[in-house]
Structure formats: C-alpha cells, structure tokens
Design a binder for this molecule. Structure first.
Ligand SMILES: Cc1cc2nc3c(=O)[nH]c(=O)nc-3n(C[C@H](O)[C@H](O)[C@H](O)COP(=O)(O)OP(=O)(O)OC[C@H]3O[C@@H](n4cnc5c(N)ncnc54)[C@H](O)[C@@H]3O)c2cc1C
Ligand code: FES
Length: 343
C-alpha cells in the first residue's frame, strides 16, 4: 500500500511506496522539490511535516537539529512516510528556482559513440547532486578561465552521473582535448544548470523534437523524462545527421519507438555515404518535418543543434507551416565568444 502526500501550498499530490523517501518519490512524479546532496548532509531539502507520521531516517546532525525535528521539520531526502502526509515545501516551478552551482566532477566513463562524438559521464562528489530540468545544460569551466557549454543528455531522475555528448570541433580549444588527452578519472569543474530549454509539461499539444547531430543530447533527456512521467503526449523525433555514423544512438531511438506507441522516430541523412546503403529519408532534417506536418498550428517544436539549422527551422516552420512563434523552443549550439579561429 502506498501513502498519499499532499504538498502545501500547491496542493500537488504524489504517492510514496513504503520504504521510499519523500524526495525520490516526488521527483519520480515530476514534482521538483528542492535538494542538494540527497543524502542528509546539506539541509537543502528541509521542509515541514504539517500532519501525519514520518521516519526521519539517518542524517547529519547539522542538517536537521533536534529543535527543528521537534517543530515538525524533516529532510525529505531521507524521510520516509509512515502514514498519508501533508507537507510544506517550496517547489521549483521554473528554471529560475533551481540554484546554479559550481562543482568539481570526475570523468567516470568515456566512450566513442562515433568517430567524432564522445560520451562523457561525469560523476559528482558523493555528497552532491545537481538539480536540473531535462534539456538544460552545464558549462565546463576550464583552467584558463574559458568555459564551454554542453547539454545534459540524461533525465533528472537518473542523476547518479551527468552524461554529455561531445562532438569534436577540429582546431577547437576544448573538444580536441576530450578526444586526445582526457582520461577516465580526470577532474573537471562544472557550473549549472543553465538554460530554459525544457519540456513545457502543462501543455498537452503533440511535440516535434528536432535534433541536428549532438543536438540529440538534450532531446534524449526530454524523451527519457517524458517516458519516466508516463506521459501519453504524442512525440515525434526527427534526428538529422550528415551520414549514418552521425546517428550515434540510432538503436536507442529505434528502441523507444518500438516500446512506446505514442513515440515516433524519423532519422534523416543529408549526405549518406555509399557504404551506409541508406534507404531512409534524405535532405535537411527540418524539411522532413515540413513534408510530414504541413500544418503545425497545434504543435510544439523543440529544436537543438547548430545555429544555422535552428534559424532555418524557426523561420520555415513558423512562416510556412503555421507554427505559433511561442511554440518554438530551441537551444542553438553557438560557439563561445572566445573561440579561436580554426587554424
Ligand atoms: C547551450 C549550448 C549547449 C551546447 N551543447 C553541446 C552539446 O551537447 N554537445 C556538443 O558537442 N556541443 C555543444 N555545444 C557547443 C560547445 O559548447 C562548443 O562550442 C563546441 O564544443 C566547440 O568547443 P571548442 O572549444 O572545441 O571549440 P572553440 O574553440 O569554441 O571553437 C573553435 C572554432 O571552431 C569553430 N566552431 C566552434 N564550434 C563549432 C561548431 N559547433 N560547428 C562548427 N564549427 C565550430 C569556430 O570557427 C570556432 O571559432 C553547446 C553550445 C551551447 C551554447
Ligand atoms: S538534499 Fe541534502 S540534506 Fe537532503
């Protein structure tokens, strides 16, 4: 039997299975309660239990004092309900509610997804978690003061590590280091979360996801978040790349389509190699959307990739397919202002 939790003042509700913590169950239900370490050390998840019984669990003394506990406070990352509860908590409704943090991280795993795409898994210190919305990005802070932005490719419910998809920019300041000298266990510094590219969940309109190259990364996070939420909102992912190797997680996207009736996947190649033996869609990825959806007036579009692709998609989908300007959300992978010319 699960317990029903009601949050004041929002009156939002969620269920908690016996033994689960309030925070884990809230996040799994798409409710963004504030948190930091997720293990009873920082106090960021503190809130008041207005009515009902909780087991406050193990936590650091300084994170919740005896006096606070006596006044009804609990750390929601370690508290487990023993009855239905009413709790008082501040929910993050928007990106501005999420704290931007600077944290060290360790490169836990590196894997070549394609000749020019590297998967990086970054592990935060054991006592830290980064709270973010699916689709947001972080900045890697370099020792020389420069920074480079990368979208988080995993959804917030699976935040044991942060996953990045880094495309090699030959002659670039940072990405060649990722491919040539970076090793597992290296330490980096990151800052985030940043950005307002996230799924507008209050709107039931069908969604078109438009990815160019590693623009797939934040869309992967959006899709995995929507699946986790058991959303039945129709979603169609168009993923464009030059050749077959650019669809570096094609099997994953095909698997999503095979296991979710409301999800469709359309890969599009602009210059397939002969060896690709490509029989799928060809051309510019946003053109494929226009062919399939000549009327986008009832849709939302989430686009991510190179700035030129984003601009072409924005202009064509709005002027030619009747997409509402407010229904186009995008993250353009623009170059950093301190980029060096390719030499
Ligand atoms: C919000 C945001 C999210 C991003 N997310 C990702 C991501 O998930 N994955 C990812 O691979 N990249 C992402 N980027 C791009 C990334 O931040 C860097 O710009 C890119 O990795 C290049 O960094 P660099 O230091 O190697 O090259 P730089 O030293 O910055 O660039 C050197 C030169 O290469 C050229 N150049 C730079 N970037 C590109 C490019 N993308 N295409 C063609 N030429 C270029 C320019 O001429 C530039 O002067 C994102 C950018 C933004 C703004
Ligand atoms: S999130 Fe740090 S104490 Fe709960």
């Amino acid at each position: 039997m699960s317990y029903r939790i009601t949050i004041e003042p929002s009156r939002h509700q969620f269920e908690v299975e016996p033994g689960n913590t309030l925070l884990r169950a809230a996040l799994a239900s798409g409710i963004h309660l504030p948190y930091g370490c997720r293990n009873g050390a920082c106090g960021a998840c503190k809130g008041r239990v207005v009515s009902g019984q909780v087991d406050r669990g193990l936590h650091a003394e300084g994170a919740l004092t005896d006096d606070e506990a006596a006044r009804g406070y609990a750390l929601f990352c370690c508290a487990r309900p023993l009855s239905d509860l009413v709790i008082e908590a501040r929910e993050a409704r928007a990106v501005r509610d999420l704290p931007v943090r600077t944290l060290p991280c360790r490169v836990q795993k590196m894997a070549r997804l394609a000749p020019d795409v590297m998967l990086l898994q970054l592990r935060l210190p054991a006592s830290e978690r980064l709270q973010f919305l699916a689709g947001q990005y972080i900045d890697i802070l370099l020792k020389d003061g420069r920074r480079r932005s990368f979208s988080i490719a995993n959804a917030p419910h699976a935040d044991e590590a942060l996953e990045l998809h880094v495309r090699l920019v030959p002659g670039g300041h940072f990405t060649p280091r990722v491919f040539d000298t970076m090793k597992e266990r290296d330490i980096l510094r990151l800052e985030g979360p940043h950005g307002d590219f996230f799924l507008r969940e209050e709107n039931p309109q069908p969604v078109i996801l438009l990815a160019g190259g590693t623009g797939f990364a934040p869309l992967k996070a959006l899709v995995e978040h929507a699946f986790q939420q058991k959303s039945d909102r129709p979603m169609t992912l168009y993923w464009g790349a030059r050749d077959r190797s650019g669809l570096y997680l094609n099997a994953l996207a095909e698997g999503w389509a095979a296991s979710h009736t409301e999800f469709r996947y359309v890969p599009v190649l602009s210059e397939p190699a002969a060896a690709d033996a490509w029989s799928g869609r060809r051309g510019l990825v946003h053109r494929a959307v226009m062919e399939d959806f000549p009327d986008l007036s009832g849709h939302q579009v989430y686009a991510c990739g190179a700035p030129a692709m984003i601009e072409a998609a924005r202009s064509d989908l709005i002027t030619r397919c009747g997409l509402n300007e407010e229904a186009f959300f995008a993250d353009a992978f623009s170059f950093a202002a301190d980029s060096l010319p390719v030499g």
